[in-house]
Design a protein. Structure first.
Length: 334
């Protein structure tokens, strides 16, 4: 009992019971190390999917990992076409041949594992992975639809402003001139044009002839008393109605500024398409004449250009007149 009391004092004043084991205060205590098992293939795949930027890049990582870490001779990802009629090979890793085992991914298509020998680890990993892939795909679809809905709401706001601005001129002219029928007919044509723009879903694969849009814009304006010189060899990723409306406005503003010659040209670089409308009128500081054209207001033109994934800039020319530049980035998401 005396020995136990002495040891308890040396061990930090912790009393020991009669049946307790006396400890050597000079002994070295070695911590117990617990071995954590390495993550299995399913855990690695789930981590890759969870940290990928999007489902497409996630599946490309999955294909590579299944081939290299999973032991499959070749792995393929087959993605459905947009219309759902068939599937196309999106990505593959490996060069093996032999028996093909398909693992359905629902709306994402299917993973195909190629090889002569079975890989049991794959069969256990994929059932855990597929629900996570489908969940990420669903989240991306919801985000995409939300973005489209927001753009539609914005386009409706733009449309209301465009209608109010565009209809002022023909209806006011009809009231003053007494030709109500002609004014109403022109107003209805403007409404049809604006509706087409508001409903247009501009996709990346859409290509519009800039030359055709300018020709239609000049038909809308009628005789303008200015010479238009065009160099428009490109097809631009904008809906025809939107590009026609923008060109009509920019040419009309140039005419209102007293231009004698208007140059319209398109260029393409590695990262953007550009359309310029350059005139020899009084310029931006010429008493407001440039903004008195019969087309869209310039602020609304800028808003429309932004909705199309581009931007509209105005600048004075060094000698005389104004240069309007419409720029559309290549590969921009709209």
């Amino acid at each position: 009992m005396i020995a136990a009391t002495q040891h308890s004092t040396r061990l930090g004043q912790v009393p020991l019971s009669a049946g307790a084991l006396a400890l050597d205060p000079d002994a070295v205590v070695t911590p117990i190390r617990r071995e954590h098992p390495a993550p299995d293939l399913a855990d690695q795949l789930i981590l890759a999917v969870a940290t990928a930027d999007d489902v497409s890049s996630a599946l490309k990582q999955v294909v590579a990992m299944l081939h290299r870490a999973g032991g499959a001779e070749r792995v393929e990802w087959w993605r459905p076409e947009r219309d759902g009629s068939s599937m196309q090979l999106e990505t593959a890793d490996g060069t093996g041949h032999g028996r093909r085992a398909a693992f359905p991914l629902g709306p994402l298509g299917a993973l195909v594992v190629v090889g002569e020998r079975p890989v049991p680890e794959l069969a256990s990993a994929l059932p855990r992975l597929v629900p996570i892939l489908r969940r990420r795909w669903t989240d991306e679809q919801l985000a995409d639809h939300s973005g489209r809905l927001a753009r539609r709401v914005e386009s409706l706001e733009d449309f209301a402003a465009l209608v109010a601005h565009e209809l002022k001129s023909p209806l006011h002219a009809a009231l003053l001139g007494g030709d109500a029928e002609a004014g109403v007919e022109q107003a209805l044509e403007l409404v049809d044009s604006l509706l087409e723009v508001a409903r247009a879903e501009v996709a990346a694969e859409t290509r519009t002839s800039a030359a055709d849009c300018l020709a239609n814009a000049l038909k809308d304006l009628g005789p303008i008393g200015a010479r238009v010189v065009a160099d428009l060899p490109h097809r631009i990723p904008i809906s025809p109605a939107a590009l026609r409306l923008l060109m009509r406005n920019l040419v009309a503003n140039a005419v209102a500024a007293g231009s004698q010659t208007i140059h319209v040209r398109s260029t393409a670089s590695a990262d953007r398409w550009t359309i310029t409308v350059a005139d020899d009128g009084v310029g931006l500081d010429g008493g407001g004449h440039y903004t008195n054209g019969s087309g869209l207001g310039l602020n609304l033109c800028r808003r429309l250009a932004e909705r199309l994934g581009g931007e509209l800039e105005l600048e004075p020319r060094p000698d005389r007149g104004t240069r309007a530049t419409l720029m559309i980035a290549i590969g921009v998401e709209r």
